[in-house]
Design a protein around this ligand. Structure first.
Ligand code: FMN
Length: 225
C-alpha cells in the first residue's frame, strides 16, 4: 500500500491541548499509602491506563514489557514484607538526622491501594534494532511505558506510587515470574483523597527542586581548571 500523507488525517494540537498536557504533567504526583482510598478501579479504567503504557515508545519497536495486575491482598501482603525488610536496611544507610527523618516518611502504598502493577522488562529473543550498542535501552523503553501510564492515570484522577524499595528477586518469586524477566517497577494504583501540589519529598524538605538553569548545559560542559 502506498503511503499517502494527504489521505491521513494529520492531528494538529493547539494551545488548549498544550495547556492541558502541561497541567497533567505539573499535577502528576507520586502517591503513597496515606492518601489512597479503597474505592475499586474498574477494568475499563485500568485498560485505559495499560493502553497508554503500550503506546509508549520502545527501542526497535520491541515493546519489551509485561504487566502483572495484582488485586489479591495476600500477594500484596507478601510484597509489603519485602518492602519492610528492604526499608529497614535502607534506614541505616543515612546519617543520624536523616535516618530519623527517613523512618517517618511513608514510602509505599502497597496494601492501601486498590491495585498493584508489577512492570517487567522481558528481553527480546533476537537482535533488536537500536539495542545493539546500549543494552540498557530495553529497560528505558519500559520506563517510557510507565511514565505514559502515570500521566494517563493522573488525567483520570487516579494516583500512582512507584515502590522501588523491594528485593526484585523476592517479587519475582511471589509472582512466579519467568527467570529472564527483570522487575522495573512495582506500582501502587488507586483513587486518592488528595494530590499534593508539590512533590512530598520537597514539602518534607528531604530534597530541593532543581531549576532549569542548574541542569541545562549549552553546547558543552565546562572543563574543570
Ligand atoms: C524510579 C523511581 C523510583 C521511585 N521509588 C520510590 C519509592 O520506593 N518510594 C517512594 O515513596 N517513592 C518513590 N518514587 C517517587 C519519587 O520519590 C517521586 O517521584 C519524587 O519524590 C518526586 O515527586 P513527584 O513524583 O510527586 O513529583 C520513585 C520514583 C521513581 C521515578
Amino acid at each position: 500500500m502506498r503511503f499517502n500523507s494527504e489521505l491521513m488525517e494529520q492531528k494538529h494540537f493547539g494551545q488548549e491541548e498544550v495547556r492541558i498536557l502541561e497541567e497533567i504533567i505539573l499535577h502528576r504526583r507520586d502517591v503513597r499509602g496515606n492518601r489512597f482510598l479503597p474505592t475499586p478501579v474498574s477494568n475499563e479504567i485500568l485498560e485505559k491506563i495499560l493502553l497508554a503504557g503500550i503506546n509508549g515508545p520502545s527501542v526497535g519497536f520491541s515493546q519489551p514489557w509485561e504487566f502483572v495486575v495484582i488485586r489479591d491482598q495476600e500477594v500484596k501482603r507478601r510484597v509489603r514484607e519485602s518492602f519492610n525488610a528492604e526499608n529497614e536496611k535502607a534506614s541505616g544507610l543515612f546519617d543520624n538526622e536523616k535516618s530519623i527523618k527517613y523512618r517517618q516518611i511513608k514510602l509505599e502504598g502497597i496494601e492501601e491501594s486498590a491495585l498493584n502493577l508489577a512492570v517487567f522488562y522481558k528481553p527480546s529473543a533476537g537482535v533488536v534494532l537500536g539495542q545493539t550498542s546500549m543494552k540498557e535501552v530495553g529497560l528505558y523503553s519500559v520506563v517510557c511505558a510507565i511514565q505514559n501510564m502515570w500521566l494517563m492515570a493522573r488525567a483520570l484522577n487516579i494516583g500512582i506510587g512507584w515502590v522501588s524499595i523491594l528485593d526484585p528477586e523476592k517479587v519475582k518469586q511471589i509472582l512466579d515470574a519467568p527467570q529472564e524477566n527483570q522487575l522495573v517497577a512495582y506500582l501502587c494504583l488507586g483513587y486518592v483523597n488528595e494530590f499534593l501540589d508539590r512533590p512530598e519529598l520537597e514539602i518534607l524538605e528531604w530534597e530541593k527542586k532543581k531549576l532549569l538553569s542548574q541542569v541545562v548545559i549549552h553546547e558543552k560542559y565546562t572543563k574543570p581548571k
